[in-house]
Design a protein around this ligand. Structure first.
Ligand code: ADP
Length: 669
């Protein structure tokens, strides 16, 4: 904007290496492509087929996303002149930023000095105090006795924090003086192990604060603007799950105050690029500086939604030496946005990370709905990395409309195979306190008390969906079999007199028995406990069933897996198993003694399907393998829940009658 600005090279870089993975790597690749730049990805062995490496123009294998030398070498080999670190990994590593610059590459981020100044939380707080930014009351000291004295003065509860901490780690709440010495020793040990730095400091533990953060942009010409705030108070383990912008607790006066404090924080370290200044707001609405994050934040899309700015494009432009495209007064906040992080985790079991195959991953679509995604259907979700799979972002004219949009989108988010936090998110959006904007950092602890032992009731739509999915699958199987082989006996299911058959499906402790009669119109009449329903079912795509009954039509995502039928309804996954029909069940001779079962072949035959592997955990009635004998398929099922301790024959093996096919040991109670 200044006339004295030096002339810029036309295009200082043409290709960008993205030193990250998952949704953020994919999102940065998109921004590079929109800017006419090549995007170079990295992947590790665990990420060999990951989405992010397939959307880039080229991908290089590295041992680790933390291997600075290999990453810089990959950039040079690929002809990338710039490196974007994303968030996490090396994004706030000043030594890496310096190594990138020393290698003659453009670092898309602030200077190593600014990263270092803000990376040490103690130093950052000192700097902020000098810049006149209010701090959470606290104390720093090198030795334990001084810290103890300071702790008693601050009062309890208080927090011991690691100076080099981050990501919600290295924090300990102490509720009373007597616990302080042991907590301090433990905090130092944890900090040394996690960050190779055992320095800690103390902060007053604010009760039920809000986490409010201000987005900044600064160019290389000295201009700094703020883009308003985000509220990120819905947290578990001090880590964010849901964010919104603007905050329901911030009015224009407070926004201006926070913005000014954030801008002075940035100016204090000659900040360049996108950065975030985090505050806690106490119960009276007073803000306190928490820390500055010298990188792009996970939750940046909600700021993009309400400002109309593309923060990653702007990071690229700033790194290329371009001035900011707007002044503070030109930044207008429009509407309201929410972000939900979709994590592979079991929210009902203490938010424990989950892993497994992603049989289906279909995010919702619609006006004002954005998905930043790092996975796709068919992926295997492992435990090597953070369990974040994707982010759902919605934007609407105001908070109530954005909430309605969020609730609708979450109800239509279908993930099958891996446990995710979608049931939690669907619960959250319906909470009156959340809808009222009463979002404080203790929200989850205060309101979320699920009983992991109780399953959600099975909606009628899901039961009909499962029946339809099973019937369609049987039909597909029958249609793909050679004509000569077709017989009613092979279209699975048990045929009953009069052309009907019965079907059994188990959901948790309940088994539903349905009598099925085909209708002339190509549908089925179902008799379920004396209630009759006539329906037709078709597949819209391989994983979506459309069901029409006399009074409704609905669509339900569902897949058939070796472990059973998986269906998604209103953001909640349901797992039903199919006990083999009685005639087949009896064909496996099972000798069960003291919780163990040995399953032997009822007749000579060939193993034509293996649904489990040795060591697998199985549910009662879960199909284990299929034996083809006398032109019939016999499904061998688990007589009870347990572990497959012996599975001696490979697929295709021919066995004689009485051969042991599997052994199931019941798990200790
Ligand atoms: P990290 O860098 O590990 O993310 P932060 O300092 O940013 O750690 O804090 C993460 C979260 O921990 C905050 O959003 C807040 O919920 C909680 N927290 C941190 N400091 C305090 C405090 N002094 N009082 C109450 N809660 C706090």
């Amino acid at each position: 904007m200044s006339a004295a600005r030096p002339a810029l090279p036309a295009r200082p870089f043409h290709a960008v290496l993205i030193a990250n993975r998952g949704e953020i790597a994919a999102r940065i690749a998109t921004a590079c492509h929109e800017a006419g730049l090549r995007a170079i990805a990295l992947y590790t062995d665990a990420d060999r087929h990951a989405l992010h490496s397939t959307v880039a123009d080229a991908a290089y294998c590295v041992e680790s996303y933390l291997d600075a030398t290999a990453i810089i070498a990959a950039a040079q080999q690929a002809g990338a002149e710039a490196i974007h670190p994303g968030y996490g990994f090396l994004a706030e590593n000043a030594a890496f930023a310096q190594a990138v610059i020393d290698a003659g590459l453009v670092w898309i981020g602030p200077s190593p000095a600014a990263i270092a100044a803000m990376g040490d939380k103690v130093a950052a707080k000192r700097l902020m105090a000098a810049a006149g930014v209010p701090l959470v009351p606290g104390a720093e000291a090198a030795d334990d006795p001084t810290l103890k004295a300071a702790a008693d003065q601050i009062g309890y509860p208080l927090l011991i924090k690691a100076a080099a901490g981050g990501g919600g780690r290295g924090m300990r709440v102490v509720t009373q003086a007597a616990d302080f010495p042991a907590a301090l020793a433990a905090a130092r040990r944890e900090a040394a192990a996690a960050f190779s730095d055992d320095r800690v400091f103390l902060e007053k533990y604010l009760l039920a604060p809000r986490h409010i953060e201000v987005q900044l942009l600064a160019d290389t010409h000295g201009a700094v603007v703020h883009l308003g705030e985000r509220e990120c108070s819905i947290q578990r383990r001090h880590q964010k799950v849901v964010e919104e912008a603007p905050s329901p607790a911030v009015d224009p006066a407070l926004r201006a105050r926070l913005g000014a404090a954030a801008v002075s924080a940035a100016k204090a370290v000659d900040y360049v690029g996108a950065g975030t200044v985090e505050f806690l707001l106490d119960a009276t609405g007073e803000p306190y500086f928490l820390e500055m994050n010298t990188r792009l934040q996970v939750e940046h899309p909600i700021t993009e939604a309400i400002t109309g700015l593309d923060l990653v494009r702007l990071q690229l432009a700033i790194a290329a030496g371009e001035p900011l495209p707007c002044t503070q007064t030109e930044i207008v906040l429009r509407g309201h946005a929410f972000e939900c992080r979709i994590y592979a985790e079991d929210a009902a079991a203490g938010f424990l990370p989950a892993s497994g195959p992603l049989h289906l991953f279909v995010p919702p679509t619609g006006p004002g709905v954005r998905n930043d995604v790092g996975v796709s259907t068919g992926d295997q979700v492992g435990v090597a990395y953070d369990p974040q799979l994707a982010k759902l972002i919605v934007h609407a004219a105001d908070r109530p409309a954005a909430l309605d949009r969020l609730a609708h989108a979450l109800r239509h988010y279908a993930v099958l195979g891996v446990t995710t936090n979608l049931p939690f998110l669907n619960w959250l959006v319906a909470q009156p306190a959340f809808r009222a904007g009463e979002t404080t950092t203790d929200f989850i602890a205060r309101y979320w008390h699920p009983d992991p032992s109780t399953a959600p009731p099975l909606p009628q739509a899901v039961l009909l969906g499962a029946i339809a999915l099973d019937l369609l699958t049987q039909q597909d199987r029958a249609n793909t079999r050679p004509t000569a082989d077709r017989s009613p006996w092979q279209t699975v299911g048990t045929w009953r007199a009069g052309g009907g058959r019965s079907l059994r499906l188990t959901y948790h402790d309940t088994t539903y028995t349905v009598a099925v009669t085909p209708t002339p119109a190509g549908g089925w009449t179902l008799d379920l406990d004396g209630t009759t329903t006539t329906l037709t079912a078709t597949r819209r795509d391989p994983a979506t069933v459309v069901i029409t009954t006399a009074d409704a039509t609905f669509t339900i995502p569902g897949v058939v897996t070796p472990a059973g039928l998986l269906l998604s309804w209103q953001g909640q996954p349901y797992h039903l198993t199919k006990p083999a029909p009685p005639t087949v069940e009896t064909t496996a001779t099972s000798s069960a003694t003291a919780g163990a079962a040995t399953l032997t072949a009822p007749m000579p035959g060939k193993i034509i399907a293996l649904h489990v592997v040795a060591g697998a955990t199985v549910a009662a009635n879960q199909p284990l393998l299929v034996l083809e004998a006398m032109k019939m398929e016999h499904t061998i099922i688990a007589p009870h829940a347990g572990t497959v301790v012996h599975l001696p024959h490979p697929l295709g093996a021919t066995v004689t009658a009485g051969t042991v096919l599997a052994e199931i040991a019941a798990d200790p109670a």
